[in-house]
Write a protein that binds this ligand. Structure first.
Ligand SMILES: [Cu+2]
Length: 236
C-alpha cells in the first residue's frame, strides 16, 4: 500500500502531476505542428508570394480548437477546486489547536470540544540557531487530522506546515484556519511565510508528530508555560 506522508500535500502532489501531463501534451500538440508549418510554409522567392494566403476559414477546425480547450479548462478547474474544497474543510473528527504568531515565535493552545484551552506551548525567539527545545515543540498525533485556528498578536505572519504543503496567513484581529494530517511520526518544520520584521528568518518551530497514545499522555502532562510565561504579553 502507498505510504502517504501528509494531507493535503498528497492531493496537491497529484494535482501537479496532472497539470504537468496536460501542459506537456498541449505543448507537444501545439509546438510540433507549429515547427512543421513554419518550415513548410516559409518564404521562398517565387512561391505564393502575393494573394495566395486568403484561404477561407474552416468551421470544423474552429469548433474543435474551441471546444477541446474549453473542456480541458473545465476539467482542470473542477478537479482543482474539489481539492481546494477538501483543503479548506477540516474532517469532522479533527482535533483543534489555536496558533498565535508574534514577533517572533508561536503559541499553540490545545482546545477541548467546548473550545477551552487545556494546554499551551510557546516557542520563543531563537535569533542565533535553528534548534527548538523539546518542550517548545508543537506536538500532534500521527494519522489524525489537526485543525489550526490562526491569529497574530502584532503583524501579519503566515503559518506554514512544511510537509503538509499548506500555509495560511495569521492576521491580527482575525481568525483564519487550515487543517493538516501527518501520518509518519517524526519532527517537521514550521516556518513563518510572511515577512514580518528583522527576526522573520528565525521565526520557526518544530512540529513533533507522535503516535496517538503518546500524544494523549503528553497532553495530560505539564505545560511549558510555567517557566516561560513572560515571552508573550497581551490578551491571547
Ligand atoms: Cu512572522
Amino acid at each position: 500500500m502507498e505510504q502517504v506522508l501528509a494531507f493535503p500535500a498528497k492531493w496537491w502532489n497529484e494535482a501537479v502531476t496532472v497539470w504537468l501531463v496536460v501542459a506537456v501534451v498541449i505543448y507537444v500538440v501545439v509546438a510540433v505542428p507549429g515547427l512543421y508549418f513554419i518550415m513548410k510554409y516559409r518564404f521562398k522567392p517565387g512561391e505564393r508570394e502575393i494573394g495566395d494566403h486568403e484561404k477561407h476559414g474552416h468551421w470544423g477546425l474552429e469548433a474543435l480548437w474551441t471546444i477541446v480547450p474549453t473542456i480541458i479548462v473545465l476539467v482542470l478547474a473542477t478537479y482543482s477546486f474539489a481539492i481546494f474544497k477538501k483543503q479548506r474543510t477540516a474532517p469532522p473528527d479533527a482535533m483543534t489547536i489555536k496558533v498565535t504568531g508574534f514577533m517572533w515565535g508561536w503559541q499553540a493552545e490545545y482546545l477541548d470540544e467546548k473550545g477551552n484551552t487545556i494546554k499551551t506551548v510557546v516557542t520563543t525567539f531563537n535569533p542565533t540557531g535553528y534548534e527548538v527545545p523539546d518542550d517548545q515543540k508543537i506536538v500532534v498525533p500521527a494519522g489524525k487530522p489537526v485543525k489550526a485556528l490562526l491569529t497574530s498578536l502584532d503583524v501579519i505572519h503566515s503559518f506554514y506546515v512544511m510537509p503538509a504543503r499548506i500555509t495560511e496567513d495569521m492576521v491580527p484581529g482575525r481568525i483564519t484556519h487550515l487543517w493538516f494530517q501527518i501520518n509518519k511520526p517524526g519532527e517537521y518544520w514550521i516556518f513563518c511565510r510572511e515577512f514580518c520584521g528583522t527576526g522573520h528568518s528565525h521565526m520557526f518551530t518544530k512540529l513533533k508528530v507522535v503516535p496517538p497514545e503518546q500524544f494523549t499522555l503528553w497532553l495530560k502532562g505539564e505545560t511549558n508555560l510555567a517557566n516561560k510565561s513572560n515571552q508573550i504579553k497581551g490578551n491571547l
